[in-house]
Design a protein around this ligand. Sequence first.
Ligand SMILES: [Zn+2]
Length: 151
Amino acid sequence: MPTTPDYRAMLAIAVEEARLGLAEGGIPIGAALFHRDGTLLGRGRNRRVQEGDPSVHGETDAFRKAGRQRSYRDTIMVTTLSPCWYCSGLVRQFGIGTVVMGESVNFQGGHDWLREHGVAVVDLQDEACIRMLGDYIAAHPEVWHEDIGED
Ligand SMILES: [Zn+2]
């Protein structure tokens, strides 16, 4: 039987992406798609600000970078933040088996819904993730509210 993947090490890649985004002036949310054997398939970050494209979320960016996969059942979407509805929809559409999130304090997306539909969801409650996005929201509330689609 395979051992439990090292979720913290996987999260570190997503955090690296979030920090890159922050350095670019963007919203610090990063993600990475792994095979459960630990192979990194793709990594990405929210680039709403950088590219003026609201469809580039961390998860969708990592998913696209991973290219075509035969099956997603044995993949793990690792993201610094609870996935929004758009990204939760992606997880269900493609049958991604596991979601690992850095935190669900600054935002709660569709992770309970994913659990209800059989997706394994792990919340690492990572302090660095909570602080990084929390600081960003405090400094740029207007960009954040635009990102989550609230007035
Ligand atoms: Zn999203």
